[in-house]
Every structure is written in structure tokens, then in C-alpha cells.
Design a binder for this molecule. Structure first.
Ligand SMILES: NC(=O)c1ccc[n+]([C@@H]2O[C@H](COP(=O)([O-])OP(=O)(O)OC[C@H]3O[C@@H](n4cnc5c(N)ncnc54)[C@H](OP(=O)(O)O)[C@@H]3O)[C@@H](O)[C@H]2O)c1
Length: 278
């Protein structure tokens, strides 16, 4: 029986890199993809199994979990990585889009946790370490303008992580948040396509700024391997930190969080004007 980890959203970015990183370190990896057999670089590696589910589709998640049970592998970790980033002003983002933000990043994560927890309890009760790692964001610590729904979803992920960890204290299952700042992944190019909420309205003057702003953030981002290593450590360290913030100059974010909200307002306004994130 092999120790296995479920990673959601392995088609690209952090999920893809994390799946590869865990496979290279001897885990069996179940990676969720919404379509197809999974990325070629994973399907060619021994120990990878693709599960086909959208995190908003509970019966499909259940079928994926059944596959893990049928294979007879012990599930010792779940990495809730699948996510989307919706940008735009609160005033104009469509209802369908802001609901999608929460359906994927929050309710999808809850569904995966609820369906996999019985397997994690079983591993723990058999004497094995078992962990849930939720991929949050620096946006779960601080809220940038025009990323408000994304940020709200990651604040929810932080609360779910802390609350669930406290609920599971007696069970020995640990629940950890890994919160990256900017990372070089396709999520940024997907975001640049979302311009509808800025078109023909009082926020239109922001739109030309967003391209350079996100490009600067992506350029200053860390490689996904850095996040994969932090996820690996969250899954395997004896006593991991319950919340890990990964970014260059993370002290700025930590300090900024302690400052008065009006100061934070000025900080974000200046950053946006200068096409810089933090
Ligand atoms: N990149 C950053 O700067 C950054 C910073 C902080 C936090 N994060 C977080 O890191 C996580 C991974 O993002 P990434 O940067 O690696 O972006 P990415 O390359 O766009 O990866 C997102 C993954 O989530 C999957 N996904 C999206 N919607 C899904 C759904 N409804 N059901 C199942 N899977 C779904 C995508 O699959 P499809 O290919 O099928 O869409 C893809 O595999 C996200 O939670 C994100 O919020 C990223």
C-alpha cells in the first residue's frame, strides 16, 4: 500500500509543479483535471493517476474518491489548489462571475474536504500522519482593489483552514494554509482576459493600468517550484507552521497588515498608480 496525496487542479501552474514534486519524492499522486487524461509530463511519470472532476461537481468528486478507495492506496494528504481569480470592480462584476469565484475557491474546497476527510481519518487511525493543505494567497491577508472577490474568497479559505484545524485538533489531522504572493503561472494571463467589468463605465480609466500592473506582479513573482517545496514541507514536516506566506519581501505584507486601514488605502492607491503590486 502506497502513501498517496490528492492535488486538485494539476493541469497547470502550482498544481502541476506540486504533483511533479511529490511524484519525484515517492508519493502516489492523484491529480484532478477537468478534462482529458492530465498533462503529458505527469501521465508519463509512474505513480500518477488523473481523476476527472470539477470541484463544483460533488458527484464527480465522490467518484474520484471512490477510485482512490478502489485502488487501495492510503490517502495521507489533500492539497486544495484548484482556483480561479476574478478581477473587476465590486460595482460591476457580474453575479455569475462573483458566484463562480466562491463556487470554485470556497465551496469547491469545502466539498473536496468533506468527501476526503473519511479517508484521512482512516489513515490517521491506522497510525499515519495525515494533512490538508489549502492554497490561500497573500490576498487572504490583505485586499487589493479590483481583486476584492478573489481576496474575499481567500479570506474565507484562511478562516476555513483555522476553524477546521481547531475542530480536528483531537483527531491528529493537521490543516495548513500555504499563501503565496505572486507566482509565475498562467493565472495571470487568464486574468488579463477579464476586461468586461471595466468596459464603458466609471472604472474604464483603470483598465489600461491593469495590464502593466499584473505584468509587473507576475515578473516579480516566485517560480512555482518554491510553492511546491512549501507544500511538500507542509505535508511532511513533523511540526509545520499552520500558515505559510511565500513571497519576496513578505515582511512588507506582514507589517502592512498591522497598519491602520487608511494607511493601507493610501499604500494600495499609490501602488496601482505606479503599476506595482507589493
Ligand atoms: N499564481 C499566483 O500568483 C497565485 C498567488 C497566490 C495564490 N494562488 C493560488 O494558487 C492556486 C493555483 O493557481 P495557479 O496560479 O497555479 O493558476 P492556474 O495555472 O490557472 O491553475 C489553476 C488550476 O485550477 C484548476 N481549476 C480551475 N477551476 C476549477 C474547477 N472549477 N474545478 C477544478 N479545477 C479547477 C485549473 O484547471 P483548468 O485548466 O481546467 O482550468 C488549473 O489546473 C489557486 O488557488 C490560486 O488562487 C496563485
Amino acid at each position: 500500500m502506497k502513501d498517496s496525496i490528492l492535488v486538485t487542479g494539476v493541469s497547470s501552474g502550482i498544481g502541476l509543479t506540486t504533483a511533479r514534486y511529490l511524484l519525484e519524492r515517492g508519493f502516489h499522486v492523484y491529480g484532478s483535471v477537468r478534462r482529458g487524461a492530465g498533462p503529458g509530463e505527469l501521465t508519463q511519470m509512474p505513480g500518477f493517476t488523473a481523476l476527472n472532476f470539477d470541484v463544483t461537481d460533488r458527484p464527480a468528486i465522490r467518484a474520484g474518491v471512490q477510485r482512490i478507495l478502489d485502488d487501495g492506496h492510503r490517502l495521507v494528504g489533500v492539497v486544495n489548489n484548484a482556483g480561479v481569480a476574478i478581477s473587476g470592480p465590486v460595482e460591476t462584476v457580474s453575479e455569475a462571475e462573483y458566484r463562480r469565484q466562491f463556487e470554485v475557491n470556497v465551496f469547491g474546497l469545502v466539498a473536496v474536504i468533506q468527501e476526503t476527510l473519511p479517508l484521512l481519518h482512516a489513515a490517521r487511525e491506522a497510525g499515519f500522519q495525515s494533512r490538508i493543505v489549502n492554497i490561500s494567497s497573500v490576498s487572504g491577508y490583505l485586499t487589493s482593489p479590483f481583486m476584492t472577490f478573489y481576496s474575499a474568497s481567500k479570506f474565507a479559505v484562511e478562516a476555513l483552514t483555522d476553524g477546521l484545524r481547531r475542530e480536528l485538533l483531537g483527531s491528529g489531522i493537521d490543516v495548513i494554509s500555504v499563501a503565496p504572493g505572486p507566482v509565475k503561472t498562467p493565472i495571470w494571463s487568464k486574468g488579463r482576459e477579464q476586461t468586461e467589468a471595466f468596459e464603458d463605465n466609471r472604472y474604464s480609466h483603470i483598465l489600461p493600468k491593469l495590464g502593466p500592473y499584473t505584468e509587473a506582479a507576475e515578473a516579480g513573482g516566485v517560480e512555482p517550484e518554491v510553492v511546491a517545496e512549501a507544500i511538500y514541507r507542509a505535508l511532511t514536516d513533523k511540526t509545520p507552521e499552520p500558515g505559510v506566506l511565500i513571497m519576496r519581501k513578505r515582511w512588507i505584507a506582514k507589517l502592512l497588515r498591522l497598519t491602520p486601514k487608511r494607511f493601507q488605502d493610501r499604500f494600495f492607491t499609490k501602488r496601482l498608480a505606479a503599476n506595482r503590486r507589493f
